[in-house]
Design a protein around this ligand. Structure first.
Ligand code: C5J
Length: 221
């Protein structure tokens, strides 16, 4: 049955059976001290306000039987799937692959690479391990969504202007309709958070829709 997300720039109709929640990169490496985000000089506490709203949407999606997927940005232990340019970027002393307080930075299997405990996946919720910023690049995400007949994506996670934006742009070009959950996304830069959300919904929803977690939870109830 068709339902509606109260969203901007206008309401978005959706069918729960053709809708998925995708939670982008809510990893310790981005949200906790000592990870990749902190090594880049960011104040990780700025992202933590997204955890509560993200959990509210996750709980609502689970109750409604919506397909849930999680993503993690990171690389294999030998970094063979990481462009050397990505390792070199920023000239960091403790960059990708280096030992940090939560293990090797952005390396699969390390504590820092994993999803924060508050939002930990449960059985039946695929985890997409992605080497890039976009969740479609070099992953089987599109296959998994098409096999389930998914048309609409509820998008939460971090960071708004990097992995959330890249994923939404990739999804939009593939014909998926994305609603980005404003308070369940986060950026290390408040102005990027505001502008990143504006960019999604500008020009009649050039990349998609934006709605607060309260509107998503209400629509899924
Ligand atoms: C970044 C991400 N910011 N998940 N990754 O490097 O947005």
């Amino acid at each position: 049955m068709t339902q509606v997300f109260k969203a901007e720039p206008y309401d978005l109709p959706f069918e729960p059976e053709h809708t998925a929640l995708i939670i982008i990169d809510m990893q310790r490496d981005f949200l906790e001290p000592g990870g990749f985000g902190a090594m880049l000089g960011n104040d990780v506490s700025l992202l933590r306000s997204a955890i509560g709203p993200c959990k509210a949407v996750l709980d609502a999606a689970r109750r409604a039987g919506i397909f849930v997927l999680h993503t993690r940005e990171g690389h294999s232990t030998d970094l063979s799937d990481c462009p050397p340019t990505k390792v070199a970027r920023g000239g960091l002393k403790t960059g990708i692959g280096a030992q940090g307080p939560m293990g090797r930075i952005l390396v699969r299997g390390e504590p820092g690479h994993d999803i924060i405990p508050e939002l930990y996946p449960i059985a039946g919720e695929p985890i997409i391990d992605k080497p890039g910023k976009g969740a479609f690049y070099a992953t089987d995400l599109e296959l998994k969504l098409r096999n389930r007949g998914i048309k609409t994506l509820i998008v939460c996670g971090v960071t708004t202007e990097v992995c959330v934006h890249t994923t939404v742009r990739e999804a939009n070009d593939r014909g998926f309709e994305c609603v980005v959950v404003s308070d369940a996304t986060g950026s290390y830069f408040p102005e990027f958070q505001r502008i990143g959300l504006e960019q999604i919904k500008a020009q009649g929803g050039i990349f998609g829709w934006v709605a607060p977690s309260s509107a998503i939870v209400a629509a899924l109830a």
